[in-house]
Design a binder for this molecule. Structure first.
Ligand SMILES: O=C(O)CCC(=O)C(=O)O
Length: 255
């Protein structure tokens, strides 16, 4: 991480890392994502929540070895640890593909609808661009500096789908990764083109929070068996405290 990237992450809350995904890997990711949309069809996204104007896929760590490199890429983890501190874990890995001509923007939100606490930030996200982000295809918008406001957009905007003064639309080439403190107000926008706009979203949380996807429960035994110790730690596969947090969250329907 350069000094400038560190400053941007601290001050505006996000940084775009262009050209992070190498060509062959990029092709593999895109191919696997499209295969999964094809295989899962109408059922895609059933594990969590379906969205009206987007296709979604969840539990991707279990759906292809090609995704393991995504969640454990050290070039991204260094940004995660800058924001969350050294003690974090993967929360979820999903795909989101805004439909052609999706008419409305997502509401501005902070991930998990939570604010930082007295120990600082609690959630981080990395959006992996599988298509170019252009001004009209549903690129993500971010409100620079909003991670410092200690407020949730839905609590102070009459309509969180509306434009916000000085919001920034992120435009960048496919193969880039948008890393951000997920307390920044952000959201996908309307897609005015005839093509899907596809991303992967790798969410990380501090280790005192439950995972959005309880990896120890979501991953099949055969997937878990091939995981090396570092990956097991990142996914919190052998962490009774995580199991307790996730079990409690499930009973309270936190996510
Ligand atoms: O797809 C995007 O551009 C952002 C999506 C997002 O923020 C979300 O689904 O929580």
């Amino acid at each position: 991480m350069t000094e400038n990237e560190k400053r941007l992450l601290d001050e505006q809350g996000y940084v775009v890392l262009e050209g992070l995904i190498e060509t062959d890997w990029f092709r593999e990711l895109r191919t696997r994502v499209e295969e999964l949309f094809e295989e899962e069809g109408q059922n895609s996204g059933h594990e969590f929540r379906a969205e009206p104007f987007a296709r979604t896929l969840f539990n991707l760590v279990d759906k292809g070895e090609v995704f393991e490199r995504v969640v454990s890429d050290p070039r991204v983890l260094v940004f995660v640890s800058h924001v969350l501190g050294g003690c974090f874990k993967l929360s979820s890995l999903n795909a989101r593909s805004t439909n052609p001509f999706a008419p409305v923007a997502q509401p501005l939100h902070c991930d998990l609808d939570i604010l930082p606490d007295d120990q600082g930030a609690r959630v981080f996200n990395a959006i992996w661009l599988l298509d170019d982000f252009t001004p009209d295809n549903g690129a993500t918008r971010m409100v620079p500096g909003s991670h410092l406001w200690d407020r949730l957009p839905q609590k102070c905007m009459p309509d969180a789908k509306a434009p916000y003064p000085n919001e920034a639309l992120i435009t960048a080439p496919a193969g880039s990764v948008l890393v951000y403190n997920a307390h920044v107000w952000h959201g996908g926008t309307a897609n005015r083109t005839a093509r899907h706009r596809r991303v992967l979203q790798a969410q990380y949380v501090r280790r005192d929070l439950p995972q959005r996807e309880w990896q120890a429960m979501c991953l099949r035994a055969e997937t878990q068996q091939r995981m090396e110790p570092l990956m097991r730690y990142l996914l919190a596969l052998d962490d009774p405290y995580n199991d307790k947090l996730c079990a409690e969250a499930e009973t309270q329907h936190v996510h």
